[in-house]
Design a protein around this ligand. Structure first.
Ligand code: SF4
Length: 105
């Protein structure tokens, strides 16, 4: 019976240590993500067709937010209204660095 209790205690200690380790790793190894990428990705059609040259819509969204791509029309399936919304959103919403992004239709 004592060996069973010892095993449970050891498992609890190991679990607590691993949980602590994961918590510390999450704090120090976290990659900062620009929240605009997720918003722009949600404005794109999300067909993930790859027609824009990126593996999926999130790739183009990241490229637009980073300034790597300057024209929203690189996504051919997107509708004009969605393109206008993306242009407006990026022009009005500053990123973590305080800067906005200028893209065109
Ligand atoms: S072309 Fe448009 S719909 Fe297709 S993956 Fe690129 S962003 Fe998504």
């Amino acid at each position: 019976m004592t060996s069973l209790i010892s095993a449970v205690v050891v498992m609890l200690v190991i679990g607590a240590l691993l949980g602590l380790l994961l918590g510390v790793a999450d704090k120090f190894l976290a990659v900062p993500v620009d929240p605009r990428v997720e918003t722009v990705s949600g404005m794109l059609p999300n067909y993930n067709c790859g027609g824009c040259g990126y593996a999926g819509c999130s790739g183009l969204a990241e490229a637009l937010v980073n300034g790597e791509v300057k024209k929203v029309s690189q996504c051919k399936p997107s509708k004009e209204e969605a393109r206008q919304n993306i242009v407006k959103y990026l022009a009005e919403t500053p990123g973590p660095d305080g800067n906005t992004v200028t893209v065109t239709m």
